[in-house]
Write a protein that binds this ligand. Sequence first.
Ligand code: PHE
Length: 489
Amino acid sequence: MRRPQRGGSKLREQLSNHDKKGEAVEHRESIHGEWSSRWVFVLAAAGSAVGLGNIWKFPYIAGENGGGAFVLVYLLCIALVGIPIMMAEVLLGRRGRRSPINTLRFLTQEGHHHPAWEYLGWAGVVAGFLILSYYSVIAGWALSYLVWHITGTFQGIDAAGAQQFFADLTGSPERLLAWHTIFMVMTTLVVARGVRSGLEQAVRVMMPALFVLLLVLVGYAATTGHFGEGLAFLFTPDFHRLSGNSVLIALGHAFFTLSLGMGAIMVYGSYMPHGASISRSTLMIAGADTLVALLAGMAIFPVVFANGLEPGAGPGLLFQTLPLAFGQMPWGSLFGALFFLLVTFAAWTSAISLVEPTVAWLVENHGFTRAWAALATGLAAWVLGLATIFSFNIGADWTLFAHCQIEAGVEVCSGGKTAFDLLDYLTSNIMLPLGGLVIALFAGWVMQRRLVQEELRLYGKGFEVWYFVLRYLSPVAMIVVFLGAIGIL
Ligand code: PHE
């Protein structure tokens, strides 16, 4: 990134300039700097989007929600809701050129709108912080698997053995805490130093490498003799298996996987060069993200079926299946180590974007240096991460919303949600889609059409179609999904 001057004074000056003249200052640049080109924006945003959501979460929620029909709904959500809202989020960021909180403040002042829209920025900061707290714990699992592959632990392992390794890891709060701490320190360090060329360079190499390795894994999956079964599970829709709640999970995941609804993409948009095309960049980011998720599913499910495992195994799915594949293929330890290195890296570039909106705001409004802002945010999320750590061991039965019945005089409860389940459900399925809905309403109904079009630089039919989808289709689809999930429809 190029960095112009630092500090909050330029921001205050811009805000007051703007007040005096009553119009926007054109061609502004963020005080935090700007990506060196459109490509760097695409890479950084793809780095944010492609993460644990694609490789860890997508396969296991597809497995839990019955496969094909869920995948189809997820793809529809990406196309009809995710992509249009991503364009809106980037354009708000680029117009505001500030942290999401200040961008919303600026845009509401610019258009003399109600100040309540500013809460969107605040909700995003809270959501990012909640997500980071558990994201870091799961990324810690990937780190631990990286080390296990380096030491050749999984050579020739069977399904029961792989499950045991996972159970031992998640059963130990000390080990989870150690890996969570390492990952949080990694994230804080990069954010503290700024999203500089080191990271840009690394993303350039790591992203294509991840892609190639996924192809290798899909190639291996094709040799298991259960490839067809895996593909049929992922791509043959059976709508009987789809509940209202599954549809909400698919919608929530579309937001989660594209990093939408909490300001991560907005803040990256605020560092985007002025002339770059938002619509083309967005299509590339969403396309890459979807491809990675589908490849991960195609690599995992054949292994699941070949080893008689359960597709609905939950959050451990990736970690219980891929070691089997790596344990059996030639050069497995090497490929396994490389794969988990890339997963760690993908998680790292996503975690950074979860903190960036908060850090940018602390720097702008509270005179923090980047380093202190990163430390404060990282530390707070690290502490909250304990709730997720304990969800897998000593706190596994500290649950809410369990269904309890009396069976033979004894109360039996099931389906309770742990702290991790609650954090995940609240952020992905409620906060991010609501954030996205507010973004759609703000860009589609509140901001002046002229300003929106000017920032998007999209004219003719393309603009009309996008604008219609953003104003009507996306919000209505989201409201229908919400109502469906709470059982009203
Ligand atoms: N998109 C990231 C993933 O798929 C997670 C994320 C969500 C990152 C929200 C930033 C904001 O792993």
